[in-house]
Design a protein. Structure first.
Ligand SMILES: NC(=O)c1ccc[n+]([C@@H]2O[C@H](COP(=O)([O-])OP(=O)(O)OC[C@H]3O[C@@H](n4cnc5c(N)ncnc54)[C@H](OP(=O)(O)O)[C@@H]3O)[C@@H](O)[C@H]2O)c1
Length: 345
């Protein structure tokens, strides 16, 4: 009789202990999720400061003392980076491939900001060899640079299986997104280092455009996806190396933005204009936005940030189902593009 009672009591205690343990684990998980939601809210709604962030690399607003260099500056997101930096007192070195476009942009900026300087540098990022790298390093050493915006990028003309991607296309993507970005960055860092060392109040910035195409491995955009994933790790790894020179690195993650590359003209809740997007980048410089799980990285636009956060927290960015949905999304874009092409013939 006593043995039976003891058994029942110990069963009861076990039940209470295991349900308490379960409740405790549940409580910790809820607390952790709540902490992440609060961090997302703080990143997106409280910590951002457009004017203050842009002053860090310029020392004084509207001074036109220091320089930024923007690659792929004549269109889309790069053009908007250039305009917003110029409006905040940065001289801008304009780097892209088309001389006439660069000259027109430089003249327009000079008219709008007569105190500023907007030198041009013509470079086809498809062919950046050692000689070109040395030439650029020689050019930029004459300017007190504090900011480099690695914006230039190329994606596939339409979503295409890797097996059918032409060698010309995948080589161009790697040459522009990876080789040129590394060569330009290596040419520019010594100038930024020197400028920052000359003024104790200054910091330097190397900002690189990443993509949701790499956040979620993207079928039918395999080379683009891989090239941007390369930039993600390269930028994060370099971050630690450059902090001792007071140079920040920031990898910016973006879902679609209206531009020639995305072939989307109308903005929507999930697809901002370059102007809205770049404003969010500068507002959230060195904040995570929705990229809470990775350092020196930001998903700055609010709806992209919520999208990134939800996929990461609910499934994980490398989840197979997320990958299947991504595949179907790109397949439908490919089918529409092929139909459009067929009509044009
Ligand atoms: N748009 C999006 O939805 C989206 C999403 C995620 C990430 N991104 C990234 O954001 C960055 C900018 O994209 P975007 O949509 O603004 O691109 P975009 O509208 O196609 O503009 C590209 C810019 O790069 C220049 N460029 C192109 N090829 C070049 C080359 N071989 N050498 C030198 N300059 C060259 C272009 O010059 P020209 O004027 O002479 O053509 C133009 O100024 C890219 O890195 C892209 O991967 C874009």
């Amino acid at each position: 009789m006593i043995g039976l009672e003891n058994n029942l009591i110990s069963k009861y205690i076990n039940q209470i202990t295991s349900s308490k343990l379960l409740a405790f684990v549940g409580f910790i998980i809820i607390l952790q999720k709540l902490y992440k939601v609060i961090r997302l809210f703080l990143n997106l709604c409280v910590l951002g400061n457009y004017n203050k962030n842009l002053q860090v690399y310029n020392n004084k607003d509207k001074s036109y003392k220091y320089y930024a260099l923007v690659t792929g500056c004549t269109d889309g997101i790069g053009l908007e980076y250039t305009k917003q930096l110029a409006s905040k007192g940065y001289n801008v070195i304009l780097l892209s491939r088309t001389q006439e476009k660069l000259e027109t942009l430089s003249n327009e900026l000079k008219q709008e900001y007569p105190e500023g300087n907007f030198p041009i540098y013509v470079l086809n990022c498809k062919n950046v060899d050692e000689e070109e790298t040395a030439k650029l390093a020689n050019f930029v050493k004459n300017y007190p640079l504090t900011v480099l915006i690695n914006n230039v990028g190329l994606s596939h003309s339409i979503p295409t299986p890797f097996l059918e991607t032409t060698q010309e296309e995948w080589r161009s993507i790697i040459d522009i997104n990876c080789i040129a970005t590394l060569a330009i960055t290596q040419s520019v860092i010594p100038s930024i280092k020197k400028t920052v060392a000359s003024d104790p109040k200054l910091r330097g910035l190397i900002l690189t455009m990443g993509s949701f195409g790499a956040l979620f491995p993207s079928p039918l955009l395999a080379t683009y996806s891989g090239s941007k994933a390369f930039l993600q790790n390269w930028s994060m790894a370099m971050n630690r190396e450059l902090l001792k020179y007071k140079i920040d690195t920031n990898l910016v993650l973006s879902y679609l933005v209206t531009s020639k590359m995305s072939k989307i003209r109308r903005s929507s809740l999930l697809i901002p204009t370059p102007k809205q997007f770049v404003r969010s980048v500068f507002t959230n410089l060195n904040n995570h936005g929705g990229a809470l799980e990775r350092y020196a990285t930001s998903t700055p636009y609010w709806s992209h940030a919520i999208y990134h956060f939800l996929v990461q927290e609910l499934f994980g960015c490398y989840n197979g189902m997320v990958n299947l949905i991504n595949f179907k999304f790109h397949l439908s874009i490919r089918e529409r593009a092929l139909k459009k092409k067929a009509k044009q013939i």
